[in-house]
Design a protein around this ligand. Structure first.
Ligand code: HEM
Length: 315
């Protein structure tokens, strides 16, 4: 067993379900509200177990993360070493906004009714203590296609690699088994994207649209999405994150979006990818995908292991 699993991480590295509900909330600034949310940390694993038992075949999984301000208010110190408020990234043309929140729920299952019921149970427990910030119902589309029609998630690490890239280890021993999660909700100009010839779309992503084959290094332009997000450390080793993006939208309102969610043991990796996308490499050479995609939200959270979650309630 990977040593990082000893503290029983939340199900960050387990395979995605077919639907997801993403909820961002803020905690009211009263002592009662903070106490209620803290005591909820003990309830949360039991709520998950109950949902899982009720229909084990639906791969129900719920994940709870805390923003930096919420951590300071609820648990004070010690604090996860890399937890901070996500800072806006302003490129010459596009900006990744910062819209911090106190709590993130990433609820996944094969059926939306399971996600919905779990969200309802959460709100029964803590509804009096929180205010609404964002709620997105997202779905798996056909063979894992993103809203822009390309397969999303191919280069994700799997198995032991997923644990290595996404879960905190001995570099921050008190928070071992945790994970940093960065979210951004995007909307796409799908009309403009769909008017782009498929060959141009493929150059924007760096892969073939129909069969997901990767373009050769010679074919990929320097502003392709998979060029700017493919990063290495100073020894030449790959730096990866674990993504679980899903499409969402409202055709009747003309909203077509992607909910980006990336887990990492170090949020600097995700932020470097974002900097490459928005500021560009070299500066000004931004990700071509951004000409068709606008980030509306952006926030960072820490997802404690189950072991730590239990201790936090008593702090
Ligand atoms: C507009 C929202 C986004 C869409 C629709 C999107 C879609 C895609 C697609 C289709 C791929 C190729 C298949 C794959 O390897 O998964 C990909 C790759 C990737 N994306 Fe995104 N993405 C989005 C935002 C982001 C953001 C914000 C980040 C990082 C902060 C990111 C990081 C990555 C990484 C690391 C890869 C793999 C690159 C490689 O090593 O080949 N993506 N994305």
């Amino acid at each position: 067993m990977n040593d990082k699993l000893v503290n029983n991480p939340q199900p960050v590295t387990e395979p995605p379900g077919k639907t997801a509900l993403f909820i961002s909330l803020n905690i009211k600034k009263t002592a009662e509200a903070e106490a209620l949310v803290k005591s909820f940390c003990t309830d949360f694993p039991a709520l998950i177990r109950s949902m899982t038992i009720r229909d084990p075949e639906r791969h129900f999984r719920g994940i709870l993360g805390f923003g930096s301000d919420a951590w300071d208010r609820l648990f004070k110190s010690p604090k996860p070493a890399k937890l901070h408020t996500f800072k806006e990234i302003k490129g010459q043309t596009y900006t990744a906004p910062s819209t911090p929140a106190d709590l993130l729920f990433h609820i996944r299952a094969d059926r939306m009714d399971h996600c919905f019921e779990f969200a309802r149970q959460i709100m029964v427990k803590i509804g009096a203590a929180v205010t609404y910030q964002d709620e997105t119902f997202a779905f798996r589309s056909f063979d894992g296609r993103s809203m822009i029609g390309f397969i999303d998630g191919t280069e994700n690490p799997t198995g032991n690699d997923a644990v290595d890239f996404a879960i905190v280890g001995d570099e921050d021993p008190q928070f071992k088994g945790g994970s940093y999660v960065l979210i951004q909700r995007y909307v796409h100009d799908l009309d403009a994207w769909n008017k782009l010839p498929v060959e141009q779309q493929e150059l924007a992503i760096g892969r073939k649209k129909f069969d997901d084959l990767e373009l050769s290094e010679q074919e990929k332009p320097s502003n392709a999405h998979n060029v700017l997000t493919n990063i290495k450390d100073d020894k030449g080793n790959d730096l990866k994150i674990l993504r679980d993006n899903l499409p969402y939208g409202s055709p009747a309102e003309g909203v077509y979006g992607t909910y980006f969610i990336g887990y990492a043991k170090d949020p600097a990796v995700t932020e470097r990818m974002l900097s490459n996308m928005f500021i560009g490499v070299p500066v000004g050479n931004h990700d071509r995908l951004l000409d068709f995609s606008t980030a509306l939200t952006g926030a960072l959270f820490f997802v404690p292991s189950y072991a730590l979650l239990g201790e936090l309630a008593g702090k």
